[in-house]
Design a protein around this ligand. Structure first.
Ligand code: SAH
Length: 219
């Protein structure tokens, strides 16, 4: 008997089960993951791995994060539907698309123009209209739109950029990978209450570095 390849729907169901086993228990987070077709966010050569729990390469030497990490960071942000969320590192646009299902508006910053253009095309194709993009250095945040109830960085810095903490609303939560090199990073969650800043260390992760300035990717 020949074994037929699993469909993307079947792969998605398996992925959701894996996320649940890994502690992703928030139904609305799992529903958001279920609603975003990750195969549209990966390079064609990796389409058959789009629903595996793997980080995959994208253009400009960057990566689309592992679905578990996207779900985990989203769950740690405890997003409400009326919130404004800032993302640093648009990349493929996948994390932004997941966030956009859960909040009022996502503001996302990327330093590679070509990645930003591809991400915008994906949002349009999926009919997602509550994401605003910007080419820029995310370490500076987006002062014109601040404060943000939630901030997520998907590129690793040595410390949380001070501008991002400044742009966090009262009661706001920021989640970011922090650490030197790819092998020594941890997710950090920063919660702001008035002028009090609480910092917690979460799981070990591996993200591409946060790089200063806009990239020159003109060809
Ligand atoms: N959230 C993305 C993950 C992309 S990887 C996704 O779901 O696919 C991290 C991204 O951060 C890369 O695209 C990289 O170019 C970008 N990046 C790195 N430093 C940056 C900076 N200072 N400002 C904005 N984007 C940055």
């Amino acid at each position: 008997m020949t074994k037929t390849a699993a469909t993307n729907d079947e792969r998605m169901i398996r992925l959701l089960m894996e996320l649940r086993r890994g502690g992703i228990s928030e139904t609305h987070v799992l529903a958001a993951i279920e609603q975003i077709p990750r195969d549209l966010f990966v390079l064609p050569a990796f389409a058959d791995q789009a629903y595996a729990n793997l980080a995959l390469p994208i253009d400009c030497g960057q990566t689309i994060s592992q679905p578990y990490i996207v779900a985990y960071m989203t769950q740690m942000l405890a997003i409400g539907e009326r919130m404004k969320v800032l993302e640093i590192g648009t990349g493929s646009g996948y994390q932004a698309a997941v966030l956009a299902r859960l909040c009022r508006r996502v503001y996302t910053i990327e330093r590679y123009r070509s990645l930003l253009i591809q991400a915008e095309e994906r949002f349009t194709k999926l009919g997602i209209h509550n994401i605003t993009t910007r080419l820029g250095d995310g370490a500076k945040g987006w002062p014109e739109q601040a404060p943000f109830e939630r901030i997520i960085a998907t590129a690793a810095a040595l410390e949380v950029p001070p501008a991002l903490i400044d742009q966090l609303a009262d009661g706001g939560i920021l989640v970011a990978p922090i650490g030197e090199g790819r092998h020594d990073q941890r997710l950090v969650r920063v919660t702001r209450t008035g002028n009090e800043i609480k910092r917690e260390e979460l799981i070990a992760v591996r993200f591409v570095p946060l790089v200063e300035g806009i990239a020159d990717d003109r060809t």
